[in-house]
Design a protein around this ligand. Structure first.
Ligand SMILES: O=P(O)(O)OC[C@H]1O[C@H](O)[C@H](O)[C@@H](O)[C@@H]1O
Length: 311
């Protein structure tokens, strides 16, 4: 993707701007007018698309490979989600409960976000505060008042905190997910631990429910929602000689998804040939019966933290 560097100012969609100079961040823009925050600090590099508040690249300086997978055929277009990285699903996960014409996984991943603050943590990580901007699309799809912000901390670890504040005078319910695509050497050779003994709904079997007895390995399409799950997931990748740990708070569902060959090839932006073999999604979520009720003037924060360990 080719981008040009802009002056160190971050503009809202209405053209007003604030100067948020920070030694480790730069604003760039691509040929389609999408803007990105580029982070390069002593610990890591990252790129965040302001559309969707979407982390599309993160690579600690100790790693030879990016930790997040990004499709070579990702589309960088206004109003469409970018395939890879950490798409934000909000205020619903999967299909909308009552209106199938609405975008699957909600609108937050295709809406412009604004950078409202940045600083450096004690460990040298770069911390950004972003806020989703309301548009006609969001107002049509969600009639009540709320504030959605996200704190993204980029360092040796990547941490994302998604905060939903209810500004209405009644409770409301949301579904949400960090739909994270991990970059792996080969999906047929990785393992995921941390989900044994949990009940899952198998989306490929009409949401039928089963208990997981195994460490997860993959030899075909896989699309499961593990319910009432908290605790870490560990993705072991002997090919890249590393383990990726996913730790969460206030996430009670974990979704594991890989499309495999046929579905990947029928999805326009999944990449060609065998690129799908290099990704697996571990999604920290609140889905199905784990959707969250938020009371007036209360804030709910779902967090995930990703760390890489060598093996
Ligand atoms: O193509 P998308 O809307 O990004 O969804 C991609 C995938 O997301 C989730 O993991 C779902 O469980 C899958 O059923 C879906 O196919």
């Amino acid at each position: 993707m080719s981008t040009q560097t802009l002056a160190n100012s971050f503009y809202n969609s209405d053209g007003t701007g604030t100067s948020l100079a920070h030694p480790h961040i730069q604003l760039t823009e691509d040929g389609n007018g999408l803007r990105y925050i580029e982070i390069d600090n002593p610990l890591a590099k990252a790129r965040i698309a302001l559309q969707g508040g979407h982390v599309i690249h993160w690579q600690p300086k100790t790693e030879k490979q990016p930790v997040l997978w990004l499709s070579e055929h990702a589309r960088y277009v206004k109003g469409r989600s970018i395939r890879g990285g950490v798409p934000i699903c909000w205020p619903w996960f999967g299909a909308h409960q009552t209106d199938s014409t609405l975008c699957p996984h909600g609108f937050a991943r295709v809406i412009p976000w604004q950078l409202v603050d940045s600083d450096t943590t004690d460990t040298g990580a770069t911390r950004l505060l972003l806020q989703m901007q309301e548009t006609d699309v969001t107002r049509r799809q969600l009639g009540y008042p709320y504030v959605l912000t996200m704190t993204i901390t980029v360092g040796k670890r990547l941490k994302i905190d998604l905060a939903t504040t209810n500004k209405a005078d009644h409770p409301f319910i949301i579904g949400e997910a960090f739909h994270t695509y991990f970059n792996i050497s080969d999906v047929a050779n990785v393992k995921i631990t941390g989900l044994q003994d949990y009940v899952y709904a198998d989306k490929l079997k009409n949401y039928q429910r089963y208990v997981e007895h195994e460490v997860l390995t993959f030899d075909g399409e896989f699309d499961r929602v593990y319910l009432n799950h908290s605790g870490d997931c560990l993705l072991s990748d002997p090919g890249y000689k590393r383990r990726i740990r996913v730790s969460t708070s206030n996430s009670r569902s974990t979704v594991i998804w890989t499309p495999w060959e046929e579905k990947a090839h029928s999805t326009g932006d999944m990449g060609s040939a065998d690129e799908w073999r290099n990704m697996i999604c571990i999604e920290s979520a609140n889905a199905m019966e784990n959707m969250v009720v938020i009371n007036p003037n209360r804030t709910h924060i779902m967090s995930a933290e990703y760390t890489v360990e060598s093996m």
